[in-house]
Design a protein around this ligand. Structure first.
Ligand SMILES: N[C@@H](CCC(=O)N[C@@H](CS)C(=O)NCC(=O)O)C(=O)O
Length: 205
């Protein structure tokens, strides 16, 4: 039995998308971040980090959205969300880690200095540096996507799910995305599994 603890339009959205792509049966449990439910003892007993997404599969709890998406890809091999060849897997991990450590981190840093940190910890000037760093890394991704349909290898994978969700985030905070990035994001956003994941989140809310 798989249970996803999440909240709409957060990093748990990418996990719901992966579960839908995999055709997995799962329960979605809303953790209301606005009400602080993620810091309550009931949720901390499941995930001491107090973060979503958290996935529990037959009593085994896990966190870190990209790791969870990869777990889903491996648990449901028929969905082919991760390559089986070792060199193709290396490419999958290369791009997945790139997306997290060269792209998403800058959006997260900017969000913290914009809204999330205590007032005395915010350094507003960091935001423009973060977006500048994001754009430098995004240019590398864009050059790669000019002649690749997918971020790694020749088929859609969980690395595309994570990458597209990071681009959704960038688009939402009005970071300028060039044509190659927008085309890639828009094309994969049409996947029916994403629509099902969004419906699941909306129904739970
Ligand atoms: N690196 C983690 C980040 C998880 C994370 O920070 N999730 C946010 C929602 S997108 C959260 O739970 N925030 C609540 C908090 O940090 O207090 C991942 O990719 O899963």
């Amino acid at each position: 039995m798989i249970k996803l603890y999440g909240f709409p339009q957060t990093r748990s959205s990418r996990v719901a998308w992966a579960l839908e792509e995999a055709g997995a049966k799962y329960e979605y449990e809303l953790v209301n971040l606005r009400a602080g439910e993620h810091k309550q003892p009931a949720f901390l007993a499941i995930n001491p980090f107090g973060k979503i997404p958290t996935l529990v599969d037959d009593g085994h709890a896990m966190s870190e959205s990209a790791a969870i998406c990869t777990y889903i890809a491996e648990k449901f091999p028929a969905a082919k969300l991760i390559p089986s060849d070792v060199k193709a897997r290396a490419e999958y991990f290369q791009w997945l880690f790139f997306v997290l450590s060269e792209l998403e981190v800058h959006l997260w840093t900017a969000a913290k200095h914009d809204r999330l940190l205590p007032e005395d910890k915010k350094v507003p000037a960091v935001m423009s540096t973060s977006f500048w760093e994001f754009e430098k890394a995004a240019a590398v991704l864009s050059a790669h996507l000019k002649d690749h349909q997918y971020i790694a290898g020749d088929q859609f994978s969980a690395a595309d799910i994570v990458c597209v969700s990071v681009l959704h985030w960038a688009h939402h905070v009005k970071v300028n995305l060039d044509e190659a990035l927008l085309n890639y994001m828009n094309k994969h956003s049409e996947r029916p599994a994403l629509a099902r994941a969004r419906k699941c989140e909306a129904d739970a809310n």
